[in-house]
Ligand binder design. Sequence first.
Ligand code: M6R
Length: 607
Amino acid sequence: MCGIVGILGKEAVAPQIVDALKRLEYRGYDSAGVATLEKGVLQRRRAPGKLRALEDRLRQEPLSGRSGIGHTRWATHGGPSEVNAHPHATDRVAVVHNGIIENFKELKEELADHGVIFSSDTDTEVIVHLVTRELDAGKSPREAVPAVLARLRGAFALAFLFKGEEDLMIGARRGSPLAVGYGDGEMYLGSDAIALAPFTDRVSYLDDGDCVVLTRDGATVRDKDGSGAAVDRPVQKSLVTSALIDKGNYRHFMAKEIAEQPEVVGHTLAHHLDMGAGKARLPEGIDFKRLDRIAFSACGTAYYAGLVARYWFEKFARIPVDIDIASEFRYREPPLKDGGLAVLISQSGETADTLATLRHCRSQGMQIASVVNVPTSTIARESDAVLPTLAGPEIGVASTKAFTCQLATLATLAVAAGKARGVLSDDDEQKLVTSLIELPRLMAETIKLEPQIERLAKDFSRARDALYLGRGTSYPIAMEGALKLKEISYIHAEGYAAGELKHGPIALVDENVPVVVLAPYDNLFEKTVSNMQEVAARGGKVLLVTDAKGAKQAGGEFETLIVPDSYAFVTPMIYAIPMQLLAYHTAVFMGTDVDQPRNLAKSVTVE
Ligand code: M6R
């Protein structure tokens, strides 16, 4: 989604702003812009497309101001054009905005009735005109912004710059994250700590409803949209360093992140397991014994992690799990139990639908646990118990290492729950923990299949449609494989429960539709083989992903990718890897933008 950077600096800030915006590219965007104060006058440079286009504009017409704001925009209201790009400005104020102003239509009509002429199709432009009206009425910037915030509905993070105010920047947050960076005689605003990483590691995070006034000497935060009391938002040491957000020797962030999985899954497991004792740690404050069900919710890949986890919780802890996509959860109006447990899963910890579900569950008296990768995120901060995934910053829009770390975390939680509920014995727990301890090694072995997968991907890149099939925990992994492929290669792909094939999707099968079948050699293997035969009988091209025993049973009849043998418990984390590599190499063959696929955003902060 959109990215915000603001700097009150000592030198010309435009190059630094563009540099910081580059670190936000991973969020997904389709236009960009910068505004600075040039001898007190607001000047803008904006361009549709990638940051290269904005850099060209700045080369032709440089900006030298020491105070500035910048933005990468992911289009919502109005297409990705120069006029719709942020900052939006009048001669008195410029603003950059993440999120959506829901009541912009009525505000626009009101402003138009007062003779305001709009130059863009955006919801954002109403904000600059409203602030300008307040300034024209004699209010100071510090008074004008809270007055306007009180009139806005929706979710937003905002940064304002004012004509003639070289030492002033105002930021506000409701729904979308905003961080304040503290430098030495310099101050920063950023939509996340990654943007601020090379400038400072001293960062504070605004809460919803906060409004911050920055000068080069520091920041004053007030709650209630800036009309409340001064509040303290503690300065923390950010753990996000520039080194962590570097591609290293890899061609794409996604390739690097796939390769990092054995290491980061190892870190995540080490956090949630007592490896010496062979036990899974139970998070403080969650009493699984008293629960009679759990509600899971998440979006996209994180939702598939939840789907896998449902199998584990129901099997090992004998606890029923309700799971729903976060954008549907609260509208379904499920009966929720006061004191029940809701588990939200999110890499970014900022996904608008997941956050709204969290707040809905909270309003119903539920206890909230979250599995998040960004410990300072809103979802983490609003949870009673946080189960961190230690994947490190994930920059590729297609989630890879965050997914396997989510699975690793949920696997440990399911074991801890099973033990706490008396379903698993000490011996059962020990066996499951042992299989988790072996997992990073098996994942590293699986990554070695990359050259073979790259060859298979060449054929894949010629397909227009693909099917992914699996049973049991391989079913959500099939859906995740299909999502990965469509996200970055734009090939249409669907994941199905293998048993569903003959209830509809088999109509799609012909010699041009590759069918990826995930089938570890387990009690469901024979049934899945029957489904493969059904595909083969119709001329379909099967790619079987299985282990050595499965390959032997299948008898060499199908194109086969053999992954390491493992306990059934940990197969989802292993089988996810060939799905990621297949999508990655297919996309590379097709020449798509792997790390920033079209139309997608990394952190989806609008509903
Ligand atoms: O940050 P979150 O985990 O909450 O994000 C959820 C989805 O937007 C995300 O998983 C999305 O589906 C990815 N692009 C998948 O690769």
